[in-house]
Design a protein around this ligand. Structure first.
Ligand SMILES: [Zn+2]
Ligand SMILES: [Zn+2]
Length: 279
């Protein structure tokens, strides 16, 4: 198990990226002060011990980071940035996080570790239809309270990287300094938040669940009201000439595995186990 929290308050991380961190297994032991947990990360590598202190100063942040670190098999500065952005958005919008409803909607401007930091902190996920990727290649996000319409866009403070060094002066690399400092820096030095007005129709973007129609050209089903009326026909956006990201091979064919190969991959498990009776 990559990350284990037991009664002994120890966690294991196996970072796979970062300067000098690759391949090390880190053991985090910590002490509780009030409801704050101050873990000390010690690289478990017999030849070289590298203590690395992480100051995770709040339980919700710790929970978000543990969840994303488990998913990613490492903890990195961008996960921390994402989680802190999400948590700050919750404070500014006055919403408790992580959400289990759909009140908060988030646009992330890049994918990767950052996006999962945002998700674990906010509860906004692609799979819950409360997160959208607008791929602008930016570590930035916009958080929308769908009840009030209030929207806040956030990006890292332009000086955050420089300031981070002073919060982690003993870090063994810049990467480690960011990882540690981003967890404890005052939010005003880490992030910039501005109110914004959405220029798209969020209700239309979300669409209505449960509505489905069929494309008159390709015959595929269209959900969430994504169909368009094109020259009198109901089409999927792709057939209407918008948003198609692929082209068909010259001789389009349907790929299939030989029947027997498909069969052996699956095992039929009855949903209800039959009751065994004697006699
Ligand atoms: Zn990462
Ligand atoms: Zn179509």
């Amino acid at each position: 198990m990559l990350l284990h929290r037991g009664k002994c308050r120890e966690s294991w991380f196996s970072p796979s990226t970062g300067d000098g961190a690759a391949g090390l297994t880190l053991l985090a032991t910590g002490r509780d002060v009030g409801n704050l947990w101050f873990p000390t990360f010690v690289a478990v590598n017999k030849r070289k011990l590298n203590p690395m202190t992480l100051l995770i100063t709040s339980t919700p942040l710790r929970a978000a980071l543990e969840q994303s670190a488990t998913m990613h098999r490492h903890l990195c500065p961008r996960q921390v940035l994402g989680a802190r952005m999400g948590m700050y958005a919750g404070e500014l919008l006055g919403l408790e996080l992580p959400r289990t409803d759909k009140r908060l909607f988030t646009f992330v401007e890049t994918d990767g570790c950052f996006a999962d930091g945002v998700s674990t902190a906010t509860g906004c996920w692609l799979g819950r239809r409360t997160l959208r990727l607008v791929d602008l290649g930016k570590v930035a996000a916009t958080f929308v309270d769908t009840r009030t319409g209030q929207a806040i866009r956030m990006h890292p403070h332009p000086e955050a990287r420089v300031l981070a060094r002073s919060y982690a002066p003993n870090a063994r690399s810049r990467w480690h300094a960011y990882l540690e400092a981003y967890q404890i820096m005052p939010v005003a030095e880490l992030l910039v938040a501005r109110p914004v007005t959405l220029t798209l129709d969020l209700a239309a973007l979300i669409g209505r669940n449960g509505i489905r129609t069929q494309c008159e050209q390709c015959g595929e089903e269209i959900i969430n009201q994504r169909e368009v009326l094109h020259e009198g026909r109901v089409l999927c956006p792709g057939c209407a000439g918008a948003g198609r990201y692929w082209s068909e091979a010259e001789a389009p064919e349907v790929l299939e595995l030989p029947y027997t190969k498909v069969e052996e991959r699956y095992e039929f498990v009855p949903a209800v186990q039959p009751v065994r009776r004697n006699g």
